[in-house]
Design a binder for this molecule. Structure first.
Ligand code: AP5
Length: 183
């Protein structure tokens, strides 16, 4: 069993950016529920049609949908040697479902990317994804504070949390992440 990592942080913190680099460096799959859901939307699947308006409003897609998606993905052969989760779990029920599906050691290190809110808004407003409108970003940030941020304490208590300063050039942040993972 290789490394089982989670990228935790608010919208725009750089979870996707750093998860992709970690996955490439370690040769493990990058599992992003946001990417998987956007792929369903693009392909016009039943799941995608159900998720599209929820995502555009910045709300959370129902837990049963994302939990089933992730459980299926981490059971695939390439994930036997580890994975980098990005955007999942996003609330307590999802964290519990992950432990139920993959065991209490499903997350070995939860990397929390710490970025102040002003910087997040500037990054997202400059990107132009369908859920990067001002209203959707505000909603995503508030759902993050209410439902996702409490997971920081959960992984801290479990001794799995690593805080990384997410401000600065992407290469510099990646160097900090790499250093953290080597400790
Ligand atoms: P998701 O795709 O997970 O979006 P998010 O959490 O809002 O995060 P973002 O992708 O906006 O940001 P990120 O932290 O990954 O940063 P990124 O690297 O992209 O989810 C989207 C939606 O899907 C949710 O709102 C929900 O509806 C649904 N969903 C997904 N998972 C779900 C779940 N588990 N349960 C229920 N619903 C779920 O970077 C952001 C920008 O900043 C980019 O332009 C990037 O180039 C730039 N950037 C990155 N790093 C830096 C840096 N160091 N300096 C400057 N710019 C940077």
């Amino acid at each position: 069993m290789g490394r089982r990592l989670l990228l935790l942080g608010p919208p725009g913190a750089g979870k996707g950016t750093q998860a992709e680099r970690i996955a490439r460096a370690l040769g493990i799959p990058h599992i992003s529920t946001g990417v998987m859901l956007r792929d369903h939307v693009e392909r016009g699947t039943e799941l995608g049609n159900e998720a599209q308006s929820i995502m555009e409003a910045g709300d959370l897609v129902p837990d049963d949908i994302v939990v089933a998606m992730v459980a299926e993905r981490i059971a695939e052969e390439d994930a036997a040697c580890g994975y980098v989760l990005d955007g999942f779990p996003r609330n307590a029920p999802q964290a519990e479902a992950l432990s139920a599906a993959a065991g209490d050691d499903a997350i070995e290190v939860a990397i929390y990317l710490d970025v102040p809110e002003d910087e997040l808004v500037a990054r997202l407003m400059g990107r132009g994804r369908a859920d990067d409108t001002e209203q959707a970003v505000r909603n995503r940030l508030s759902i993050y504070q209410e439902q996702t941020a409490p997971l920081i304490d959960r992984y801290d208590t479990a001794g799995a949390l690593a805080r990384v300063d997410g401000v600065g050039a992407m290469d510099d942040v990646f160097a900090r992440v790499t250093l953290t993972l080597s400790q």
